[in-house]
Write a protein that binds this ligand. Structure first.
Ligand SMILES: [Zn+2]
Length: 297
């Protein structure tokens, strides 16, 4: 069973029907969807920018530079600043989605209950009563966890206290995309909620190797191997440090990797996992069994 545990629902880039067809072509049983992160469609970053970003973030000495640079990406309204637009493919700007559209994910789950699960995407700063939102959506069949993005939505991880508390009580996993400094307080999160199952998105971006040893030893911490922010070689290193049993296949579809026809390349990240120098059982774990274990189903 192959489960892509990290994907966004953004029908402007990839219609549900096309997504299901691509899943069939690649033998993907299920995709765990979350709401899209931009109001306007996100343009791709260039491959060079992604490689530079990855190197800078993974270096303890250079990380402050990455942190400083990242604060200049967006204005107060969440729009990519003009100065950064030349570094995106096509040079276009985009606007962040501040209020995640969980409704759209709920719709996808009801249309294809046997192909999709969903993450309830919460935002503790602007969302009116995130805990009520959690109650509203979590009871929907197929909603399997909570997604939070302190980097994108710019808040300290400590703002997640009530959400993390409730997720821990309910036994729901928390998928988190960390930011820098207070927006990336992973140690606080792990230590404050020792029974909370945490998935660190994109191999623990932007801390990567600084975070990996902690994930290796904490029973309830995992990484997903999704996104164009990573590369095949990088994923190989991450898996070797945290251990394959702590890794989950995810893509970040439909963002990043495109085919010449402009549609999403669903084979890319799966190929990275298929070529990993690990046992068949370990590979099957990454591709789906670990996620099932995490959900306790
Ligand atoms: Zn994502």
């Amino acid at each position: 069973m192959i489960i892509d545990c990290h994907a966004h629902l953004d029908e402007r880039a990839l219609a549900l029907k096309t997504l299901v067809r691509k899943m069939d072509e690649e033998g993907i049983t299920r995709v765990v969807l979350m709401a899209r992160i931009t109001e306007t469609l996100e343009p791709e970053k260039s491959a060079m920018l992604l490689a530079v970003q990855r190197t800078v973030m993974n270096s303890t000495a250079l990380r402050p530079i990455a942190a400083l640079t990242s604060t200049s990406f967006y204005d107060e309204r969440g729009e990519l600043r003009r100065a950064w637009r030349p570094f995106t493919r096509g040079g276009k700007g985009y606007v962040k989605a501040q209020d995640p559209d969980n409704e759209s994910v709920a719709r996808a789950l009801s249309l294809y209950p046997d192909r999709f699960w969903g993450w309830v995407f919460l935002e503790p700063k602007r969302m009116a009563s995130p805990l009520e939102q959690l109650e509203r959506w979590r009871t929907l069949p197929g909603m399997v966890g909570v997604k939070v993005h302190p980097y994108w939505h710019q808040y300290p991880v400590t703002d997640l206290r009530p959400i993390a508390q409730r997720a821990q009580e309910l036994g729901l996993p928390l998928l988190i995309h960390l930011g820098f400094g207070a927006q990336g307080a992973y140690r606080w999160l792990i230590e404050s909620f020792p029974r909370l199952r945490i998935v660190f998105a994109h191999a623990g971006i932007p801390y990567f190797k600084a975070l990996w040893p902690l994930i290796r030893v904490h029973a309830h911490a995992f990484i997903d191997v999704s996104s164009p922010h990573l590369s095949e070689a990088f994923v190989r290193r991450a898996v070797s440090v945290v251990g394959p049993e702590k890794c989950l296949y995810g893509t970040d579809s439909p963002y990043g990797f495109t085919l010449p026809d402009g549609s999403y390349d669903y084979a890319r990240v799966k190929g990275w996992v298929e070529r990993l120098p690990v046992s068949t059982a370990a590979r099957e774990g990454i591709l789906g069994a670990n996620f099932l274990r995490l959900l306790d189903v």
